[in-house]
Design a protein around this ligand. Structure first.
Ligand code: C2O
Length: 539
């Protein structure tokens, strides 16, 4: 293994989409940002230099950061942000990880444009557990706003109401050939993948959108899913994949149609009556030898509320669980936790509507600290957080029933949940119907977990565990809690540090749907967090 050096200059760049131009925050002037390539077991050092007027920090989403929480990136959780004109070297090792992950800004709403792919190849000489593709391509799905995204969220917080939605979805930075503006400039024609008949390609698909889950489809072709969140899966064929913000999915696609041009489509999934940007992003697959003037075979994206398509996709995901890549589901539980996730409504004196939409876990709306939690933990600074996060909701109620008459107010605090080194955790995440049931893609930093069960309605602790899959459940770092339902996950707390967990819909994180775990040091060698690097930013 080797050390890979990267330099990320955070710079403003004037960018034109949907017929208008605005300055956006980028890595090295690119949208999406440059792809970071490495191999399993490599050490990666990324020097991030802040040339913009915002504070920034970068998170390496899904990278385990074993004992190196200082390089994880969420602002005020593991580090103070990098201030304008300052820099910070993120230094981490890719221990036993290979696959597609991604990086993104982890402060304000900057990740709207500050994001890119991380491709971790297997160790030299180690093949994929499926036939090697002829070529690979990175496919980053995201959103585009005509207005400035910081202005969008600031306005929403002032009013207390939901923010505007994006103006279009994009594939590798472009809304695509069907966009109303695409004919005006050839640079807006969208992403095109050139293929040769008979060859197989691997697409590394990433959902970098702030607020929307997406369906992804290719006209006339089946997709074979082989990996999610950098964990190999049992291969299965599907027409459509579902991908939530934060998730990554590798699929194989065989160019078996002989010739032609085929449309690629990314469209939103939202199964509750909440406004979304319903513009379908498009791209093309173009067989070599096909005239560029020939017609494109179209595809019809699933309807926005296609819950059966969404759940049949997620039900098909299983760990590969081979001899080489066994599933290691914890079979005993030290901490059995039950967290409700959902929205609430608090009185707000400064909001124009008098109320403010908030979000909470176990009725706690998380308050961001002013200094990094990991520093407070490491240096034993008091007064920054408490470690009394509730392991269960304060009251039992019909979580998914009609709650319009219930008290929607939440409590607030910077409360963390403490785990002993190497203890095992079962966590049931239950959606609540305050205001509206809604799908929440929950992301845990510092760990992969196994998704052992899911269901609709209220979780039943007596009967539902009988249906848990403890043999080959999918392993991942971001999981959708179904609208009006629950998921159960298990993980082993083998990574000392402070680890953020939050909804990856940015608006829900902003509203407070977040918390953090402290994992204490173990007593053995290599069971403690390493000391902070000397250039760790100061608050
Ligand atoms: Cu990809 Cu805390 O986020």
């Amino acid at each position: 293994c080797r050390v890979r050096h990267y330099k990320f200059n955070v710079v403003l760049k004037n960018t034109t989409r949907l017929c208008s131009t605005k300055p956006i925050v980028t890595i090295n002037g690119k949208f999406p940002g440059p792809t970071l390539y490495a191999r399993e077991d490599d050490t990666v050092i990324v020097k991030v230099v802040n040339h913009v007027h915002y504070n920034v920090s970068i998170h390496w989403h899904g990278i385990r950061q074993l004992r190196t929480g200082w390089a994880d990136g969420p602002a005020y959780i593991t580090q103070c942000p990098i201030q304008p004109k300052q820099s910070y070297k993120y230094n981490f090792t890719l221990t036993e990880q290979r696959g597609t992950l991604w990086y993104h800004a982890h402060i304000l709403w900057l990740r709207a444009t500050v994001h890119g792919a991380i491709v971790i190849l297997p160790k030299r000489g180690v093949p994929y557990p499926f036939p090697a593709p002829h070529k690979e391509a990175v496919v980053v799905l995201a959103e585009w706003w005509k207005s400035d995204t910081e202005a969008v969220i600031n306005e929403a917080l002032k009013s207390g109401l939901a923010p505007n939605v994006s103006d279009a979805h994009v594939i590798n930075g472009h809304p695509g050939p069907l966009s109303t503006c695409s004919s005006k400039s050839s640079s807006q024609g969208g992403y095109n993948l050139q293929v040769e008949n008979g060859k197989t390609y691997m697409l590394r698909i990433i959902n970098a959108a702030l607020n929307e889950e997406l369906f992804f489809k290719v006209a006339g072709h089946q997709l074979t899913v082989v990996e999610v969140d950098a964990c190999y899966t049992k291969p299965f064929k599907t027409d459509t994949i579902l991908i939530a913000p934060g998730q990554t999915t590798n699929v194989l696609i065989t160019a078996d149609q002989g010739a032609g041009k085929y449309l690629v489509a990314a469209s939103p999934f939202m199964d509750s009556p909440i406004a979304v940007d319903n513009v379908t992003a498009t791209a093309t697959i173009h067989y070599s030898g096909t005239l560029s003037t020939s017609a494109t075979t179209l595809t019809k994206p699933p309807p926005q509320n296609a819950t059966p398509i969404a759940s049949s996709f997620t039900d098909s995901l299983k760990s590969l669980n081979s001899i080489k890549y066994p599933a290691k589901v914890p079979l005993t539980i030290d901490h059995s936790l039950f967290f409700t996730v959902g929205l609430g409504l608090n009185a707000c004196k400064t909001c124009s509507s008098g109320n403010q939409v908030v979000a909470a876990i176990n009725n706690v709306t998380f308050v961001m600290p002013k200094t990094a939690l990991l520093e407070a933990h490491f240096f034993n600074k008091s007064g920054v957080y408490t470690d009394d996060f509730p392991g269960n909701p304060p009251t039992n109620f019909n979580y998914t029933g009609n709650l319009t008459t219930a008290n929607l107010a939440t409590t607030s605090g910077t409360r963390l949940y403490r785990l002993a080194y190497n203890s095992t955790v079962q966590l049931v995440l239950q959606d609540t119907g305050f205001i509206s049931v809604e799908n929440h893609p929950i992301h845990l930093h510092g760990f992969n977990f196994y998704a052992i069960g899911k269901g609709l309605g209220n979780y039943n602790s007596k009967t539902d565990p009988n249906k848990f899959n403890l043999v080959d459940p999918v392993e991942r770092n971001t999981i959708g809690v179904p609208s009006g339902g629950w998921v159960a996950i298990r993980f082993r707390a083998d990574n000392p540090g402070v680890w953020f967990m939050h909804c990856h819909l940015e608006i829900h994180t902003t509203w407070g749907l977040k918390m953090a775990f402290i994992v204490d040091n173990g007593k053995g060698p290599n069971q403690s967090i390493l000391p902070p690097p000397s250039d760790l930013p100061k608050c």
